[in-house]
Design a protein around this ligand. Structure first.
Ligand code: ADP
Ligand code: G6P
Length: 472
């Protein structure tokens, strides 16, 4: 029998998706989203096993290796995908944790599936992990795993990181299974959040809901100390630096500029998600064109939107809304061969994304709420030429770190968004360089390796023993 892995990552998704091409041949494709962008480089550099789902209902696969990582697939039936993944994870928790920007669905069958699938992940981790191993559980889909895993394997050191916001008490209180979620998370030795405010929300909830003893950053639970800390996630600066240094990427950026007739390029890159504020940014841009502040042909908006969670109703509604909006704006202001918005509902590889970042004069990141937003940091990491401007929503985790360099906006304020877009469009090269330099300093010093290092060294530190008299 093998000794098991010393380092295990548990996430709903594996870093690759199984995708069947038009020729019927299955292929591996990078999975969408920021979690994979951040964890994959860390995983490649540390030997370990990644437990997750391949993105296809009912697919049962043996462990395999891909892109230098040991992957351990977990199956989900079609019904589990509907109830656990599309349901409790993405129709209940996702909107609840993002300021209720869409109404959360509370459904008992969805909750039951969430418990069942979390148990399956915990059992797989218990099997794969070596004695005393580090197990790092990721994100809102798996909040019950820490406790389930501790019951199966008390010898493990268990960390949990939440990639999305953790809501304030008033919102979390709505959740019918609120105690179970907190107890699930308290199975970890260390619970990590993007921002200090989220960690504080968690500690406050443990006090109010569970009557747990606590200090500012610790919760005393089950004769253990559970640490709650902020670790703002980041990007793989080295990878992006290599990409933008490549001549084919630079040539492609030039080609994008030529293809858009050397117009000023405003760029949006997101999963097609209602938290991202895509409607608001396109509306603001459309009004600027309508009012003559931006002339068609002088500037174009390129919006790249990765298909995401396409069977969830709110995502379907959003897609319809955006496609109508783009159609209307292009219909009113575009000319033959010159749309004012280029809308691409598709996923791109890393070199193409890097070329887009290099070609963009203004990067527009306007979420209504976002745990961090890696796209903003990727743009900054790619602009070693110190050109370009970043328009960034105040409601992203990234805003706390990039406040001095970004053009900050409240995406709910369409007039404010319009004037900020104009400020960014009109920024002189010297101002662009000053702002970009300050943002780059932050992103380069705090890249994803440092993030992982800080989390894991905090996790590896033995927790302080519970004092005889825990604080109140
Ligand atoms: P989220 O995790 O909510 O999707 P982030 O901005 O934190 O948001 O991370 C998104 C990640 O997905 C980034 O690494 C970004 O480069 C990648 N991404 C976003 N849109 C696309 C796309 N159309 N094609 C390929 N990658 C994309
Ligand atoms: C965000 C979440 C991740 C998720 C990703 C893509 O980054 O924090 O947990 O994996 O979006 O979403 P999906 O539902 O396609 O996995």
């Amino acid at each position: 029998m093998s000794r098991g892995s010393e380092f295990v990552v548990v996430a709903n998704r594996l870093p690759v998706d199984r995708n069947v091409g038009p020729d019927g041949v299955p292929r591996w494709r990078r999975s969408p989203g920021g979690l994979v962008s951040a964890i994959a480089p860390v995983m490649r550099r540390r030997q370990g096993t990644w437990i997750g789902w391949v993105g296809v209902p009912g697919e049962e696969l043996e462990p395999f290796e891909e892109d230098g990582m040991a992957l351990h697939p977990i199956a989900q039936s079609a019904q589990e995908v509907e109830l656990y993944y599309e349901g409790f994870s993405n129709a209940t928790l996702w909107p609840l944790y993002h300021d209720v920007v869409a109404p959360p669905v509370y459904d008992r069958a969805m909750w039951d599936a969430y418990v069942r699938v979390n148990q399956r992940f915990a059992e797989a981790a218990a099997k794969v992990a070596a004695k005393g191993a580090i197990v790092w559980v990721q994100d809102y889909q798996l909040q019950l795993v820490p406790r389930m895993l501790r019951e199966l394997r008390p010898d493990l050191r268990i960390g949990f990181f939440l990639h999305i916001p953790f809501p304030p008490t008033e919102l979390f209180w709505q959740l019918p299974w609120r105690r179970r979620i907190l107890e699930g998370l308290l199975g970890a030795d260390l619970v990590g959040f993007q921002l200090p405010g989220a960690a504080a929300n968690f500690v406050r909830l443990c006090r109010r809901l569970l009557d747990a003893r606590y200090t500012k950053q610790d919760v005393y639970w089950d004769d253990r100390v559970v640490r709650a800390r902020a670790f703002p996630i980041s990007v793989d600066v080295g990878e992006l630096d290599d990409l933008v240094g490549r001549s084919d990427v630079q040539e492609r950026a030039q080609e994008i500029r030529t293809d858009t007739d050397d117009a000023t390029i405003l760029l949006g890159v997101d999963r097609l998600d209602y938290t991202k504020g895509i409607t608001q940014r396109l509306q603001a841009f459309g009004e600027l064109v309508q009012e003559g502040h931006i002339r068609p042909g002088q500037a174009v908006f390129v919006q790249i939107a990765t298909p995401s969670r396409e069977r969830v109703e709110q995502y379907q509604l959003l897609r319809e809304e955006i496609e109508q909006l783009v159609g209307r704006i292009n219909g009113e202001h575009g000319e033959i061969g010159f749309p004012v918005i280029h809308y691409l509902h598709s996923s791109y590889d890393r070199p193409e994304l890097a070329a887009l970042y290099l070609a963009a004069d203004v990067m527009v990141v306007t979420p209504l709420r976002d745990g961090m937003n890696l796209v903003a940091k990727e743009y900054v990491a790619c602009r070693k030429d110190l050109r370009g401007a970043l328009v960034l929503s105040e409601f992203t985790g990234a805003a706390a770190e990039l406040k001095r360099g970004a053009f900050q906006v409240n995406p709910y304020d369409i007039d404010g968004l319009k004037s900020t877009l104009l400020d960014a469009l009109h920024a002189e090269p010297a101002e662009q360089a000053r702002r970009m330099r300050s943002m780059r300093r932050r992103v380069i010093e705090h890249d994803v390796d440092r993030w992982a290092e800080e989390f894991l060294s905090e996790l590896e530190n033995p927790a302080r023993s519970v004092p005889a008299q825990p604080p109140v």
